[in-house]
Design a binder for this molecule. Structure first.
Ligand code: NAP
Length: 235
C-alpha cells in the first residue's frame, strides 16, 4: 500500500512541484488549496490525487479536511503568503492574517496529523521557512517573523516528537521563481540572482527535490534540521 502524504498549498508553485516529486517517489499525495481551484483540480487529475479545499488558517476547515482524507504519514506544511511593505504601513488585519496562515496553518495541520503519527510511532513533518529568516529582509518583517516562528516550532517539535518516532525538519528556500515573487520585475529578479553563489534563482523543483529527500528513508536519522535551498545565497 502506498504511503499517504498531504502537501498544503499545492495548487501552485513549490507545493505543486513537491506534490509531483512525492508522487514520483511513490507517495499517495493529497492536494490542498484555498483559492486556486482550477489549478488544484488539474494537478489532482494529473497525479490521480485527491484534492481538498481548506484555508489552513481555519482550524475547523483543517480538521474537516483530515476527517475526510484520513490520516497521513507525511505532512508537508508548504502553504504560505507574503507581505511587502514598511512595518509602519502594515494593518492589524494584514499582520494577523500572515501569522494565521504561515504559523497558525502549520499548527492546525500538525495538530490534526499528530494523533495518528503518535499512535503509529512514526511520522514525518516538513515545514517551510525562508532564508530571509537568517538574512532579514527590509519591508518583509512580518513575513520573516512568521518564518522565525516556523524554525522555532521545527526545532522544538523535533525534540518533543523524536521519542514518538516522528521527524520534524524544514526547508528554507532562497529566491524561487513562483507567483509569490510576481511583485518583482524581471530585471529585479535577475539582479538578485547574482547574490546566489550559483548565479541563478531557484525553480520550484529545486525545493521539491530536497523535500522529497527529507521525506525519504535516506533521511531517517535527520530531525530538527533547517535545510537552505538557495543556491548559496546565505553562506
Ligand atoms: P505561491 O506560488 O504564492 O503559492 C502559495 C501556495 O500556498 C498556493 O498553492 C496557495 O493556494 C497556498 N495557500 C496560500 N494561502 C493558503 C491558505 N490560507 N490555505 C491553503 N493554502 C494556501 O508561493 P510559493 O513561492 O510556492 O511558496 C510556497 C512556500 O514557500 C511558502 O510557505 C513560502 O513562504 C515559501 N517560500 C517561498 C520562497 C520563494 O522565493 N518563492 C522563498 C522562501 C520561502 P491557493 O492559490 O489555492 O490559495
Amino acid at each position: 500500500m502506498k504511503k499517504r502524504a498531504l502537501v498544503t498549498g499545492s495548487s501552485r508553485g513549490i507545493g505543486a512541484a513537491t506534490a509531483r516529486a512525492l508522487a514520483a517517489d511513490g507517495w499517495e499525495v493529497n492536494i490542498n488549496y484555498f483559492r486556486s481551484e482550477k489549478e488544484a483540480l488539474a494537478l489532482g487529475q494529473e497525479l490521480g490525487a485527491r484534492v481538498f479545499r481548506a484555508d489552513v488558517a481555519d482550524p475547523a476547515q483543517v480538521q474537516a479536511m483530515f476527517d475526510e482524507m484520513g490520516p497521513v504519514e507525511l505532512l508537508v506544511n508548504n502553504a504560505g503568503i507574503a507581505h511587502e511593505g514598511l512595518i509602519t504601513d502594515i494593518t492589524d488585519e494584514e499582520w494577523q492574517r500572515i501569522f494565521a496562515v504561515n504559523v497558525g496553518g502549520v499548527f492546525n495541520c500538525i495538530r490534526a496529523a499528530l494523533p495518528h503519527m503518535i499512535h503509529e510511532k512514526h511520522g514525518i513533518i516538513i515545514n517551510t521557512s525562508s532564508v530571509l529568516m537568517k538574512a532579514g529582509g527590509s519591508c518583509e518583517a512580518s513575513y520573516t517573523a512568521t518564518k522565525g516562528a516556523i524554525e522555532g516550532l521545527t526545532k522544538s517539535l523535533a525534540r518533543e516528537l523524536g521519542p514518538s518516532g516522528i521527524r520534524v525538519n524544514a526547508v528554507a528556500p532562497g529566491v524561487i521563481e513562483t507567483d509569490m515573487l510576481n511583485c518583482f520585475t524581471r530585471e529585479e529578479l535577475d539582479a538578485v540572482a547574482e547574490n546566489a553563489a550559483m548565479g541563478r534563482n531557484g525553480l520550484p523543483e529545486d525545493v521539491a527535490k530536497v523535500t522529497a529527500m527529507l521525506a525519504s528513508d535516506a533521511c531517517q536519522f535527520v530531525t530538527g534540521a533547517i535545510i537552505n535551498v538557495d543556491g548559496g545565497n546565505i553562506l
